[in-house]
Write a protein that binds this ligand. Structure first.
Ligand code: ATP
Ligand code: ZN
Length: 307
């Protein structure tokens, strides 16, 4: 029997369900993050529902556009989705008077992009007032509508579900509002980005209300593990020995590290020290630390931490 995937209304549940993108930019990094949190799944043949093996946390593989709605309807408890999509659907709900039904819980550090206005290369950008009366093509009509309103500008929003960047060439719009990461797509279409409406990144989204069943403890554990993984992402454990009189200078050279911890040792010799460094630990930095008195420097990758 395949597990049923339906809205649960107020029913008590003892498993968590997380929606992630089935395929696309966020699919792999979302899986990698959840695997790093200790989750593993039994893949089903239809590859829509993955039953959680290591923990009672299941995956639903869907289109990213569906994720906010799945949380709103209680079909899923969490989702990994772009802030752009989450905010668009939140703004669309607000516009028709619906209450908030999902919220951003954590920014996840991947899938970064910006929602930007882009105009034909030949135009000179003079600021938002220039948009009065123009036609703007976008897949984000609610965010754009809110922004235009805040600027006090009346423009017509042409909603397109894809290939927004060719609208000016086709004559269906004067300019566009679309996601930009490298800017290469804009360049290829003789457009230039001029104004940022939203800085986006993949986020962990969840419901607005807390759980009142066994999911509460699971959700807390998941968030704690996500925090642990995010915190360690670029961190390294740095270990070395140093004489007491060089410690202040060494600490100064490690502004992106936690306070130095002295490990227990004997006698008068150098102290044994360690710290978690949250920035890049390059060879150059190690050489600098060595010149300042650090001996036996070691840089260790950290697998897991409950800080
Ligand atoms: P789906 O089939 O799930 O609907 P999609 O085509 O809508 O897929 P992708 O192109 O995979 O989605 O993008 C997913 C998310 O990746 C976007 O919503 C956005 O948050 C993020 N992203 C990062 N960089 C870009 C970019 N340059 N263009 C579009 N999205 C980007
Ligand atoms: Zn999509």
């Amino acid at each position: 029997m395949s597990p049923s995937i339906s809205g649960t209304g107020g029913a008590k549940r003892d498993r968590l369900r997380i929606a992630i993108q089935k395929s696309g930019r966020l699919a792999e990094p979302a899986r990698a993050l959840l695997s790093a949190c200790g989750l593993s799944w039994r893949e089903s043949r239809d590859k829509l529902f993955c039953y959680g093996e290591s923990l009672p946390i299941d995956l639903l593989l869907v289109r990213d556009d569906d994720i906010p709605g799945l949380i709103a309807d209680g079909v899923c408890d969490f989702g990994v989705v772009g802030r752009n999509e989450l905010n668009e659907q939140a703004a669309a709900r607000a516009r028709i008077g619906l209450p908030p039904a999902f919220r951003e819980l954590r920014a996840l550090g991947f899938g970064g992009c910006r929602l930007m206005l882009a105009i034909p290369e030949s135009w000179e950008w003079q600021g938002p007032a220039q948009l009065q009366g123009l036609r703007i093509a976008t897949s984000y009509p609610a965010i754009l509508g809110e922004w235009l309103q805040a600027q006090g500008i009346q423009a017509s929003v042409v909603e397109l579900s894809g290939s927004v960047e060719i609208a000016p060439k086709l004559g269906t719009a004067d300019l566009i509002c679309d996601l930009v990461s490298s800017g290469a797509t804009l360049l290829a279409n003789q457009l230039k980005p001029v104004e940022t409406l939203l800085d986006s990144v993949a986020v962990l989204a969840g419901p607005v209300r807390d759980f009142d069943d066994e999911r509460a403890a699971l959700a807390e554990m998941l968030l704690r593990r996500v925090d642990g993984v995010l915190k360690l992402k670029d961190s390294k454990l740095l270990m070395f020995r140093a004489h007491r009189d060089t410690v202040a200078e060494l600490a100064r050279l490690l502004p992106d590290a936690d306070p130095l911890v002295q490990l227990p040792g004997e006698g008068e010799g150098p102290l044994s020290l360690q710290t978690m460094c949250h920035g890049a630990v390059t060879w150059q930095r190690l050489e600098e630390l060595e010149r300042a008195g650090a001996q036996g420097l070691m840089v260790l990758s950290v697998e897991r931490s409950l800080a």
